[in-house]
Design a protein around this ligand. Structure first.
Ligand code: SF4
Length: 164
């Protein structure tokens, strides 16, 4: 059975920067959870950051690829550089995916780690730009398809192709 890496906050774990969760009530996720497919993971916590923690964004409206390339940093609201923790979390996600033979993930939209279609622009003004988070970029670079929590029917279609 195919397993799916999933952002831990979508599964109700209180790991977000503000100490909360973003529990998804989506039927696809509920079904996959029931089937025992889901492997929850929070890159930021596993990368060494506390809960709660300061919000962070990738500088300059860049995406996770730029962070992986050393061309952009991840900064917290006080200006501190948390790039190393974000990279450690991304590597941890990849290690867990490999350990479970995982080929797909469903991650939380908008996060500087887990964003799939959008991230915030680095200004801390609540503005989103197209781009991927650091973990998403590393997983996709290594052949793992990452789906936004907002695109679960698409993820379900991909799961079917993996299993047929
Ligand atoms: Fe959720 Fe990902 Fe942020 Fe962790 S890093 S709180 S899993 S969005």
């Amino acid at each position: 059975m195919e397993k799916i890496l999933v952002s831990a906050c979508l599964m109700g774990r209180r790991v977000r920067y503000d100490g909360g969760a973003k529990t998804s009530s989506d039927a696809w996720l509920a079904g996959w959870r029931e089937e025992g497919r889901l492997v929850p993971f929070c890159p930021e916590v596993e990368g060494g950051l506390p809960v709660p923690r300061l919000a962070a964004e990738i500088e300059g409206g860049a995406g996770g690829e730029a962070v992986l390339a050393g061309a952009a940093r991840v900064l917290a609201t006080d200006g501190s550089d948390v790039t190393a923790e974000f990279l450690a979390g991304a590597r941890g996600a990849l290690a867990v995916a490999r350990e479970h033979g995982i080929r797909m993930a469903v991650l939380k939209e908008g996060s500087p780690s887990c964003g799939v279609l959008a991230v915030y622009d680095g200004s801390f003004q609540g503005r989103r730009v197209p781009g991927r988070g650091v973990t998403t970029a590393l997983l996709e670079r290594n052949g793992i398809r990452v789906f936004s929590e907002d695109r679960l029917p698409e993820a379900a279609g991909y799961l079917r192709t993996l299993e047929t």
